[in-house]
Design a protein around this ligand. Structure first.
Ligand code: GLP
Length: 238
C-alpha cells in the first residue's frame, strides 16, 4: 500500500507504475478505468511518456465498463473519455482500444464477446481501478457475485447520483451499464486501486480491514496476489 500526501502525488505514483509495466512489456494489456480519479494519472502518464522514447503501438487498453444506451460519440461515453484523456494526447491508434458497446442490439451477446476478446488478448496484464463510494469496482455494485463475468448491471441510485455531476442531471444518467465482472478483474495479473478524497474513506477502510465482504465489492482484492493500493491521506483517514 502506498499512501500519498495528496491527489497529485497519487497520480504521479500511479503513472510511474504504469510506465514501469509498459517498459517491461511492450504489448501490455492495460485495463483502463474511467471516472475522475484516474484523470490525473493519465495526465501524468502523458507528461512522463513525452519524455520517454517508448513504442506504444503494441499496447492495448481494455475498458472496465460502458453505459448502456449511449452512442460512442456521446460526451459522457467512456469511449469519449478514453479519446480525450489517453488516445488523442498520446496519438494512439483507436484500434488499440477495446471497450464494451453499450449500444449493442443484444447486450448479453456483447458481454460474451467482450469476455472472449479479453481472453483472446491473454487477459489483462495491469488493471487500473477506481473505487465507488459504496466500494464498487467497475460497475460491480454491492453483492455482485464474486464469480461474475462481464454482464449488464442496473446502476444503484447512489451511483447514478454520484455520476450525475458528469451529466445535466440525474435523470440523464443511464440506468444500466455493461461492466466486466469481479472474476474478470481478479484474473488480471496485476491490479492498482486508486482512491482519493474523503468521500472514499469508508470504502477504503472496508478494504484495509482485510475482511472480504460482499457489501463492499473492492474487499475481494484482498485475495489477489499482486495488488497495489495507492490512496491519498484524505481517502485513508477520512
Ligand atoms: C464510476 C466507474 C468506476 C469508478 C467509480 C469512481 O461509477 N464505473 O469505474 O471507479 O465510479 O469514480 P470517481 O473516480 O469519479 O470517483
Amino acid at each position: 500500500m502506498i499512501i500519498t500526501k495528496d491527489y497529485t502525488q497519487l497520480s504521479e505514483r500511479a503513472a510511474e507504475l504504469i510506465i514501469d509495466h509498459m517498459k517491461n512489456n511492450p504489448s501490455l494489456v492495460l485495463g483502463a478505468a474511467t471516472g475522475d480519479t484516474p484523470k490525473g494519472t493519465y495526465t501524468q502518464l502523458i507528461k512522463k511518456l513525452n519524455k520517454e522514447d517508448l513504442d506504444l503501438s503494441e499496447i492495448k487498453t481494455v475498458n472496465l465498463d460502458e453505459y448502456v444506451g449511449l452512442v460512442s460519440e456521446h460526451s459522457q461515453s467512456y469511449w469519449t473519455y478514453m479519446k480525450e484523456y489517453l488516445y488523442n494526447p498520446l496519438n494512439l491508434s483507436y484500434n488499440q482500444a477495446i471497450i464494451p458497446n453499450g449500444k449493442a442490439e443484444d447486450l448479453h451477446k456483447e458481454c460474451e464477446r467482450y469476455e472472449q476478446e479479453i481472453n483472446r488478448l491473454g487477459g489483462i496484464d495491469l488493471q487500473i481501478l477506481g473505487i465507488g463510494r459504496n466500494g464498487h469496482i467497475g460497475f460491480n455494485e454491492p453483492y455482485t457475485p464474486f464469480d461474475s463475468r462481464t454482464h449488464v448491471v442496473q446502476l444503484t441510485e447512489n451511483t447514478r447520483k454520484a455520476n450525475a455531476r458528469f451529466f445535466t442531471g440525474e435523470e440523464e444518467v443511464p440506468e444500466r451499464a455493461i461492466t466486466v465482472g469481479i472474476s474478470t478483474i481478479m484474473k488480471s495479473k496485476s491490479i492498482v486501486l486508486l482512491a482519493s478524497g474523503q468521500e472514499k474513506a469508508s470504502a477504503v477502510q472496508a478494504v484495509l480491514n482485510g475482511q472480504v465482504d460482499g457489501a463492499w465489492p473492492a474487499t475481494i482484492l484482498n485475495n489477489h496476489p499482486d495488488v497495489t493500493f495507492i490512496v491519498d491521506e484524505a481517502a485513508k483517514n477520512g
